[in-house]
Design a protein around this ligand. Structure first.
Ligand SMILES: Cc1ncc(COP(=O)(O)O)c(C=O)c1O
Length: 481
């Protein structure tokens, strides 16, 4: 039972009615399911700071409505038989059931804080609004009048967009893929979801980097998969781990995020990419390459190697990417590249799920990718990310150099930072939010305590500095150095 609520004693509604309405809301929402015991009248009266008679009157009102039952000496409980006069379903049971697991509580806490604009946001992996390209009204008008199809679209995605993607993949990433080998998805996330639901079965063993973004997604465990960690060194995942895990658990798939890995920022070396691909081919294990951040090299930094998919002549790699980190996450345009049979199978499933990604978004993404705006946007981002990273590194040097260490990222949005003396991360997150800053604790990605992902893509440089200062304050408050 929720107890933070208090009646408004100065309000116009009698207090006993307020209590009755409060309890009724909890019954309807399923927080108080059928059969749930209510506190004794005296105890509840004490908690709410009212007379026992007031609670008695509230209980009586709900009994009269058929929502509560009680017997002398046995207490009061939510009616088991009637579902009250309102005949509400037991939502509590439903919301705790279903195949899809809820997000981790820590992730929910961060998401809540991310929606509070007064909190400095070092968790949101999104470009600041001015970096999102705009479309001219005239251009949109033209789209609506001439080209835009608003009917259901081909199950694999708009043919025009897939043509453009095929050229884009060849020119920007060195990947050879015909439009028939491309599936347009609602972000990279849907591609990962489709893979876990349609190509794998409950109980299958899959391996992924530890830590990793994929680990933060309950969608893999919701699909009943067994997750195994691949350790990483300076060059990326350690191939020997794949062989060992395969011998022990018969791996069915390997997931990697080799370029600007989320959260560590690591770039897998070219030779390691080759080694991982060769090993997966030898063991006949499909490799999923998530390249969501791959295009985000910073100005003045080394260019990362080409994606593993560019080396894959046999079709062992399923390549996943999107426009979320480069253009706009709200478009929800992503894609999967793989053998035709796989793309067809996943297209069929996607069709059953949502009848395709919005045609408006597909047309906008197509316009953007086929024009020279893509190149201009990438140049702009290379400079932007460099400035943002400098603001973050300056603030870290100033406030956290006595207690933490980090590596300088060469691309993407995040600094992966380790506190030399780990502190309770839930405690640190709560203290940080109270201080007005939110970050992502490493355990969200399956890291040990003490790691943090600090994101510099969203806030302005001054705010980044202020956020790190607040984080240091929170650390001191909870007794960290
Ligand atoms: C590594 C990685 N892959 C995939 C995604 C999903 O991105 P989207 O579905 O917006 O394309 C994210 C989002 O943060 C990510 O960090």
């Amino acid at each position: 039972m929720k107890v933070e609520w208090q009646p408004d004693k100065q309000g116009n509604t009698p207090v006993y009615q307020q209590i009755a309405q409060w309890l009724e809301r909890q019954i309807i929402q399923g927080d108080l399911p059928p059969g749930a015991s209510l506190p004794a009248e005296r105890a509840l009266a004490q908690r709410l700071g009212v007379n026992r008679g007031t609670v008695s009157a509230a209980y009586e009102e709900l009994r009269a409505a058929g929502l509560l039952q009680s017997w002398q000496g046995s207490g009061t409980w939510v009616s088991r038989h009637l579902w009250g006069v309102q005949r509400v379903p037991n939502w509590h049971k439903y919301t705790n059931g279903g195949a899809f697991l809820p997000a981790y509580p820590l992730v929910k806490r961060i998401q809540e804080a991310c929606f509070d604009p007064s909190i400095v946001n070092l968790a949101k992996a999104e470009l600041a609004t001015p970096l999102i390209p705009t479309f001219q009204p005239q251009e949109l008008q033209e789209l609506l009048q001439s080209q835009l199809q608003l009917g259901y679209i081909h199950p694999k995605g708009d043919p025009g967009l897939r043509e453009v993607l095929s050229r884009h993949l060849r020119d920007q990433y060195g990947i050879a893929a015909s439009p028939e080998e491309i599936l347009v998805t609602s972000g990279a996330q849907q591609a990962l979801h489709l893979i876990s639901l349609c190509l794998l079965s409950p109980g299958d063993a899959v391996a992924m980097e530890g830590p990793s973004y994929s680990y933060s997604l309950p969608l893999f465990t919701s699909a009943g998969l067994r997750l195994y960690r691949l350790s990483m060194d300076e060059e990326g995942i350690v191939p020997g781990d794949i062989r060992r895990l395969h011998q022990e658990n018969k791996l069915r798939m390997v997931f990697v995020n080799p370029t600007y890995h989320n959260p560590t920022g690591l770039v897998m070396s070219e030779s390691r990419r080759r080694e991982v691909l060769d090993l997966c081919m030898e063991l006949r294990i499909p490799l999923v390459e998530d390249d969501a951040y791959g295009a985000l090299a910073m100005k003045g930094s080394r260019k990362p190697p080409q994606p593993i998919k560019a080396m894959d002549s046999s079709g062992a790699v399923l390549y996943v990417n999107s426009v979320s980190k480069t253009i706009a996450p709200g478009l929800r345009i992503g894609w999967l590249v793989g053998p035709r049979s796989v793309v067809e199978r996943l297209a069929d499933a996607k069709q059953q799920m949502d009848f395709g990604t919005s045609s408006v978004s597909q047309q906008l993404a197509r316009r953007f990718l086929e024009s020279d705006r893509w190149r201009a946007q990438m140049e702009r981002l290379a400079t932007y990310l460099c400035t943002q990273r400098e603001a973050m590194l300056t603030a870290l040097d100033l406030h956290l150099s006595d207690c933490a260490e980090w590596k300088v990222p060469e691309g993407s949005y995040h600094v992966w930072c380790r506190l030399r003396e780990p502190v309770g991360e839930r405690q640190l997150l709560d203290a940080a939010i109270l201080e007005g800053v939110v970050f992502t604790p490493g355990s969200v990605y399956g890291a040990e305590e003490g790691w943090m992902r600090l994101t510099y893509s969203w806030e302005a440089p001054d705010a980044i500095g202020d956020g790190i200062r607040r984080l240091k304050k929170a650390l001191l408050e909870i007794g960290g150095r």
